[in-house]
Design a protein. Structure first.
Length: 426
């Protein structure tokens, strides 16, 4: 959860993914222009039951602390279950995921209308995604650009398509224009984000791929120093993207993969479109093309029907793919999804498996850090003392403080198991 508290302007409380971070900036701009001073806007996530619980808890706390504030709730949880939030006495207005991105939704005549508590349309009816220009991201050294929204796949555990709708892409020209504007504003790294960005372009004329889009950005905005991709579905990685990984140093050598499991039967029951051998093959090929590439991955622990042997297959996949950054979700049944109707595992077992996966991730991070000791790496500073390497590894400067947004050569002198401690290179 991230917050942008400022009593003179609308306060945004953001849960969930990088796309929500981007959209919160768009909403903040709309609400500020509309003069909604003192409003508190919750941009929610629906990935897990825990994310929804945290949002509800934060809303209640906000009302206790700011009894006179206008509280507006939006995001995926609000899109999927609008009346659940409208039933909360603390909530004044619920906006859908389409409505939240429209400037007119934030005009006082609409946003403060006392008799209209829910404004959520059928997200499946939305056919386009606009390229909203965000001129800057407060407190962030890198900028996010939304290139795609929604998802055409129906994984059995996932509620997100019902919160985001079907896949739709931002035309490449609009994306390039946004990246250029951000670079002109001083941003040195841009992250392409969306719900399923490897499906980019299927709905556009000529069906341009994600690789084609990335190549166009790097060619047409030569001043951009670092381009990064958010989470991708490796089975959809196109040939041009793979060539770009091999050829273009400005494309950062860090990919976060939506793997979810390492057992073929569980992958089939999840309705994923890859098998464990596909994951291994992709990582081996990407590493062959770019030897310094580092992988993160999403995993779900304790999916229905998962046996001990199936879980061990997932655990082994971490080493077989050479993964580093693990994002582990204990399985959480979302009402309305097929997985919620499957035979469930004991919650204690699910938590134990999630902890084992996290411990494996901690081990992999330690190995990655030890392999980097003594090297000098370019680091994009996010604050005066904290930055990240091209591989997205956190680095803390121990001998100086600098301006956020600078890219420095830093010698990786030591580590604490989670990040490097570094010294500015001479």
């Amino acid at each position: 959860m991230t917050r942008t508290p400022d009593k003179k302007t609308p306060e945004i409380v953001t849960f969930g993914c990088r796309l929500n971070t981007y959209e919160s900036e768009v909403m903040k701009g709309h609400a500020e222009k509309a003069g909604l001073e003192g409003a508190i806007i919750f941009n929610t996530c629906a990935v897990t039951n825990e994310a929804v619980r945290q949002a509800r808890q934060a809303i209640r706390k906000a009302r206790r602390e700011s009894p006179d504030a206008r509280i507006i709730v939006t995001g995926c949880a609000a899109q999927v279950n609008p009346h659940e939030f409208a039933a909360m006495a603390e909530v004044d207005l619920v906006l859908g995921n389409d409505e939240k991105m429209q400037a007119e939704s934030w005009q006082p005549a609409r946003a403060l209308h006392a008799n209209e508590r829910v404004r959520v349309n059928d997200i499946m009816s939305v056919k386009e995604t606009a390229g909203h220009l965000v001129q800057g991201f407060e407190g962030r050294a890198r900028a996010f650009v939304q290139v795609q929204n929604g998802c055409d796949h129906r994984c059995t555990f996932c509620i997100i398509p019902y919160g985001r709708g079907n896949s739709r892409s931002v035309p490449a020209g609009e994306v390039v224009a946004q990246v250029r504007a951000l670079v002109e504003s001083g941003y040195r790294e841009v992250v392409l984000t969306g719900v399923d960005i490897t499906s980019y372009g299927a709905d556009l004329p000529g069906s341009p791929s994600l690789g084609n889009l990335a190549r166009r950005i790097l060619k047409l905005v030569p001043e951009l120093e670092r381009l990064r991709l958010s989470s991708i579905d490796s089975i959809e990685a196109d040939d041009e993207l793979m060539r770009l990984i091999a050829e273009e140093e400005r494309l950062m050598p860090h990919l976060h993969l939506s793997l979810q499991a390492g057992d073929d039967m569980i992958l089939k029951r999840m309705k994923r479109r890859h098998l464990r051998a596909d994951s291994i093959r992709f990582c081996e090929e990407a590493r062959r093309l770019r030897p310094d590439i580092v992988f993160g991955a999403d995993f779900i622990a304790g999916f229905p029907t998962e046996t001990d042997e199936m879980f061990e297959n997932t655990l082994r996949l971490v080493d077989e793919c050479g993964l580093t950054w693990l994002h582990v979700f204990p399985f959480s049944p979302r009402p309305g999804t097929p997985a919620a109707r499957m035979p469930q595992l004991d919650r204690g077992l699910i938590k134990a498996r999630a902890e084992r996966l996290r411990l494996k991730g901690t081990e992999r991070v330690r190995l990655h850090l030890e392999a980097g000791l003594g090297l000098t790496r370019p680091v994009l500073m996010e604050s005066e003392t904290l930055g990240r390497t091209h591989q997205f590894t956190p680095v803390r400067l121990t001998d100086a403080s600098v301006r956020p947004g600078e890219i420095l050569d830093v010698r990786l002198a030591s580590h604490d198991g989670a990040s490097f401690q570094g010294l500015r290179a001479a």
